[in-house]
Design a protein around this ligand. Structure first.
Ligand code: ADP
Length: 257
């Protein structure tokens, strides 16, 4: 489903974000990307839906190159990819429902969506999506009035309404408390198992990665230094990935799980 072939990213200032990376992620996997800050996790995720252009190599989504796609083809490819960010990326002054409906924009004519004219079936789908993440009662609330955890669930509902085939989540729980973190991770796991949506998630907490992911990929200096089933990612393995023993706060997931 996602394939990286000899992918490198060198930023204009010469910093290497990704260093000749090869990786294949299959449909339905729940992959956690771990590594120290600066290891290249965010660069990797952003390269996958071409929020950033890579310097070398090729990235294939469902056997089509997103690296060379442009215009309509790129838009169509991105329609299958839901993005979830640490800061939620919602339009705060808009209602929850309007934010979820924005997941339908790529499925409709721009003219209609510009004037908020979504077909009833899209509104129904948006409401169902909110129900699946248990915040249907907030549909007509302004997004700015929600807690962080609720806002993150709205962004998950947006990806659901988008009918994304894969979700890329960049540190989605970094600004949430442990209880809310668990709810958000449970939502992602539910979508993954019930809808076979592929999930690739950058995670700071080691135990969250172990608890939720089926596969863990460890990065260091833009390279893959571990790739295997979550059960094999022992404390020793993490010591290797991080280049040092784990710190207390990196094990927060223990309290959560
Ligand atoms: P992570 O998500 O694991 O913290 P990043 O992908 O953000 O790592 O960063 C990988 C490397 O690329 C780091 O050395 C970082 O400083 C650098 N980097 C990230 N974004 C930029 C940028 N826009 N310009 C220059 N260097 C960058």
């Amino acid at each position: 489903m996602i394939e990286l072939k000899n992918v490198s990213k060198v930023y204009p200032n010469g910093v290497i974000g990704l260093d000749n990376m090869n990786l294949t992620i299959e449909k339905g996997e729940f992959v956690a990307i771990v590594g120290l800050s600066g290891a290249g996790k965010s660069t990797l995720l952003r390269a996958m839906n071409r929020l950033i252009d890579i310097s070398d190599g090729d990235i294939m989504i469902n056997r089509r190159s997103i690296t060379s796609a442009s215009g309509k083809e790129l838009r169509m490819m991105r329609r299958d990819i839901g993005m979830i960010f640490q800061n939620f990326n919602l339009v705060k002054r808009s209602t929850v429902l309007r934010n979820v409906l924005s997941g339908r924009v790529a499925h409709n004519h721009t003219f209609r969506t510009l004037f908020n004219l979504f077909p009833q079936k899209d509104v129904d789908l948006a409401l169902q999506s909110l129900e699946r993440v248990n915040i249907l009662e907030k549909a007509y609330t302004r997004s700015s009035q929600l807690s962080g955890g609720q806002q993150q669930r709205v962004s998950i509902a947006r990806a659901l309404a988008q009918e994304a085939k894969m979700i890329l989540a960049d540190e989605p729980t970094a600004s949430l408390d442990p209880v809310t973190t668990k709810q958000v991770m449970d939502d992602l796991k539910k979508i993954n198992t019930e809808d076979q949506v592929t999930v690739v998630i950058n995670l700071h907490f080691v135990d969250l990665a172990r608890e939720y992911a089926t596969r863990i990929i460890g990065l260091r200096d833009g390279k893959v230094v571990f790739d295997g089933p979550a059960q094999r990612a022992t404390d020793e393995v993490f010591k290797d990935i991080y280049g040092r023993p784990l710190k207390e706060d990196e094990l927060l997931g223990k309290e959560v799980g």
